[in-house]
Design a protein. Sequence first.
Length: 323
Amino acid sequence: IKYHVDKGWYEPQVEPYGPITLDPAASVLHYAQEIFEGMKAYRYDDGGVGLFRPEANARRFNASAKRMSMPQLPVDLFMESIKQLVSVDKDWVPTQAEASLYLRPFMFATEAFLGVRPAKEFLYTLIASPAGAYFASGPKPVTIWVSREYTRAAPGGTGTAKCGGNYAASLAAQAEAIENGCDQVVFLDAVERKYVDELGGMNLFFVYENDQVIYTPKLGTILPGITRDAIISLAGEAGWEVREVDYSLDRWREDANSGALTEVFACGTAAVITPVGTVREADGDFTISKAQAGKLTMQLRQTLLDLQHGRAEDRHGWVQRLL
Ligand code: PMP
């Protein structure tokens, strides 16, 4: 679907996958005026296909658009684009447990203009790709690298938006994590370099089983994850107290070493829930629960998977069947 400031949204169409032609002066290529979402279509046991909290993705997309001076995409247009693509590609929604059709809605500035100002023309597009189970043989605790040099999001910046520029800025830290033998990078807050923000593409939870309390970094500069939000509700309903706080790296290290911190997990649409085993810093490693996947981590993971794949009662109205 195209957008022009004077015309609004126009020319919606579904077309075969292929290259997009852009003017070399298209402002997205120079100033990165671009946003996206990541979501999945799930196959149900009866052969049907559905989505998990798609309106939450639509709302976050518009929040990102606002931050990036881009037009709002009406929720019904967003939903319609997803319904149309999934119905065309329905045979590509995998049937294996934990597999899904990954959906990537995105919008970018197409106006050919080299001055620095918000563009007047945009393209909204949606592509899809089958995604296998994230883990071949059950979730394996990941090792994560603490980025001391790079931060992801400063107050007043674009951390809460899902825009390509955030990920561009995170690549050097991700490369550093890989060089240090880690799967993921964890970012600290940009002001004090003390509090934990999030991973490159996942939010974090810290479980204290003896207190029945779970901590998670509060919203502000991090991406408001839809999986994060679901976990806060599900854990609360399961009798845990969930506190959204400033959680420091020092506390993480001390409580992991003392054993008070019993589980840490990361969550997001791609991996659902991933146990965190070892944390690596330039001056040494520390490990949570002998790097074993924890009980609550695995329980919440199963609860979420069952909901997403339409196998559990949907008491929250999160599941939306399409076919
Ligand atoms: N943080 C970042 C930086 C991400 O890219 C993602 C993935 N969208 C998340 C957190 C998790 O968000 P969600 O649960 O909505 O996938």
